[in-house]
Design a protein around this ligand. Structure first.
Ligand SMILES: Nc1ncnc2c1ncn2[C@@H]1O[C@H](COP(=O)(O)OP(=O)(O)OP(=O)(O)O)[C@@H](O)[C@H]1O
Ligand SMILES: [Mg+2]
Length: 279
């Protein structure tokens, strides 16, 4: 069942920029999808359509099988169902302290003080930010702000969580930790959609990838379907994961080919290598 669907979406900003050009994009319930594309491709613009922050110039957004309605009451309901973590945490964080910021969403949907407290604690622990409760968000580092922004949406327990470049600005351990958390949330049933440029991490976590360029989806498929299509990767200013790039060099320059399709993760490379040695 499709939980989020964009049908023939065109979006023009007030200055006339056509940021989305007839986008069709659907995500199945329980999926973990990555949207890959270069700067200015339209990733953030598309995401802002999924909980009604932007209304398409033409086309339709469906959430959980229903056409999105832009009346205030419906939007409130949609925003409980679909949580969006903005690309820039400064667009999201506003309360005087971290704990008030993370508590805002749960309190706003009418949860008790007690339940809210529990959710704030859990969410901060999950993003590795316990101990920062009393700090003003604007005194945090960029990566710390990003984690608090993620905690704020996590605390709402949405059915669909959309994260616009969740790992940008995070250190390698922090990035892996957030992606691992998203992977676990997905295993528990949450639908996850992320945008990213991190081609090394994407194949480890995403089940499906959509590539966007100039406001158009130019490819969709499994990580292998997408990364095996070199012309698309080049067109979207992306690159192969490092491990795939190494395999490509070994194949083309050293005539050492372990498997038909280049491995995208260290785990895959290891498996091909061991199989190769066994042969
Ligand atoms: N408020 C705005 N007014 C006018 N044009 C805008 C506005 N916001 C974005 N755009 C334009 O819309 C296009 C898509 O921008 P968007 O922010 O969606 O790209 P993106 O894929 O998220 O890029 P990035 O990887 O840099 O975050 C770009 O050409 C951008 O310049
Ligand atoms: Mg963006």
């Amino acid at each position: 069942m499709k939980i989020i669907e964009a049908k023939d979406i065109v979006y023009k900003y007030p200055d006339g920029t056509k940021a989305l050009d007839n986008i069709n994009f659907a995500v199945e319930k329980g999926d973990m999808v990555a949207l890959l594309g270069p700067n200015g491709a339209g990733k953030s613009t598309l995401f802002l359509h999924f909980n009604g922050i932007l209304e398409p110039s033409s086309g339709e957004i469906d959430v959980d099988g229903e056409k999105l309605n832009y009346k205030k009451k419906s939007l409130l309901r949609v925003r409980q169902f679909v949580g969006i973590v903005f690309q820039n945490p400064d667009d999201q964080l506003f309360a005087p302290t971290v704990e008030e910021d993370v508590a805002f969403g749960p309190l706003n949907i009418g949860l008790t003080q007690e339940e809210t407290k529990k959710r704030v604690k859990d969410s901060l622990r999950k993003v590795g930010m316990e101990g920062f409760e009393k700090k003003p968000p604007h005194h945090l580092s960029g990566g710390q702000k990003k984690r608090i922004a993620i905690a704020g949406i996590l605390a709402m327990d949405p059915k669909v969580m959309i994260l616009d470049e969740p790992t940008s600005g995070l250190d390698p351990k922090g990035a892996s930790k957030i992606l691992k958390l998203l992977y676990e949330l997905n295993a528990e049933g949450m639908t996850i959609i992320i945008s990213t440029h991190d081609v090394d991490l994407v194949p480890i976590y995403a089940k499906n990838i959509h590539v966007i360029k100039d406001g158009k989806i130019i490819k969709k498929g499994s990580p292998h379907e997408v990364f095996d299509d070199v012309s698309v990767i080049r067109k979207a200013d992306l690159r192969l994961p490092r491990i795939a790039h190494l395999s490509e060099i070994l194949d083309k320059q050293d005539h050492f080919k372990m498997s038909d399709s280049y491995p995208l993760t260290i785990g895959e490379a290891r498996k091909s290598f061991m199989e190769f040695i066994d042969k």
